[in-house]
Design a protein around this ligand. Sequence first.
Ligand code: NAD
Length: 330
Amino acid sequence: MKIEFTFPRSDVSTAVRVEPRVKDIDVSPDFLILDSTVKNIYGSRLPSCDHEVVLAGGEVSKTPDILEKLWQKMSQANLRRDSSVVVAGGGTVCDIGAFAASTWKRGVNLTLIPTTMLCMVDASLGGKTAVNVAGAKNQAGTVYPASEILICPEFLETLPLKELNNGLAEALKTAVIGDRRIVEYLLNKDYTRAVTACLAVKGRIVAADLEETGERRLLNLGHTVGHCIEAVSRFSIAHGAAVAMGIPVAAEMGGNHDLARELRAVAGKLGIETIIPETITVQGILTHLESDKKTTSAGRIWIIPEGWEDCRQVLLDLSTEKELLEKVWQ
Ligand SMILES: NC(=O)c1ccc[n+]([C@@H]2O[C@H](COP(=O)([O-])OP(=O)(O)OC[C@H]3O[C@@H](n4cnc5c(N)ncnc54)[C@H](O)[C@@H]3O)[C@@H](O)[C@H]2O)c1
């Protein structure tokens, strides 16, 4: 199965290809970057390469030090402008690997093989690459869409449940934004259809707005409160779980209480918790919102779901925002 997206600004076309089994993945990279867990589990079935770098999965690998290590290895491998880099891993390894590929010789050919649900439905598509700086997430990055994304659902068979749920939350977000059939696919555990439907929604949005000046903001549904929940919990609540909690909050802020109830019920069926622990207070949320990087003097843009496949961008001034959040937390 092949799906193709073209991104307007960078003149790049991203082809999404589905390979049901890992052993059928057919790539011949000049440089291969692999998540260490993926290497341990699937190493013998993955394509081999003379120049291979193995990175630990997780935020520990999204650092300037690792970026420099990748550049050094790329230099030793004599990678040229027309060389090809393949990255196989979750969102962290793909983010740093894609950053390195996007900056080496000002950009070499890039193929991403996402191996987590989150990376399949979200991080692999859209071109955002990133490293964390001084402990703060995604402080430096580029926008560099991969020329190819290979989806292989077999990778999901070994993914820990917590990691699967992180990705399911982002898939639920995508269903609310653009295709409610994704929920059915997920409930039926038809992950191939769910992932390709998520990529179709994200691809449509990103192709229209690669630079996030308009419609791409919709992809932040659940994230404004979600980021605060993550931070207030000192990251004991995972990103996906926090986003799943944030989506019904956004519906309630828009006064759409029935929808919020429905979204919590659907998340429950998918095994995702949406009840916000009592330790996450509205005061904590408001404090963390002060450092939200999307704040302007006029306020903050919230993504409010009015219904399935019907999300609006609403600019809330800070006092209205506070009032609405306090109501939700009552
Ligand atoms: N670029 C984007 O547009 C974008 C979008 C969303 C999130 N992100 C980024 O994605 C990152 C999170 O990615 P993630 O959720 O994939 O986490 P991750 O990359 O940390 O992977 C989670 C864990 O799963 C392991 N793993 C990977 N594949 C596996 C498999 N098939 N079987 C067993 N274990 C496997 C990894 O080793 C790791 O321990 C964050 O840094 C976030 O900022 C980027």
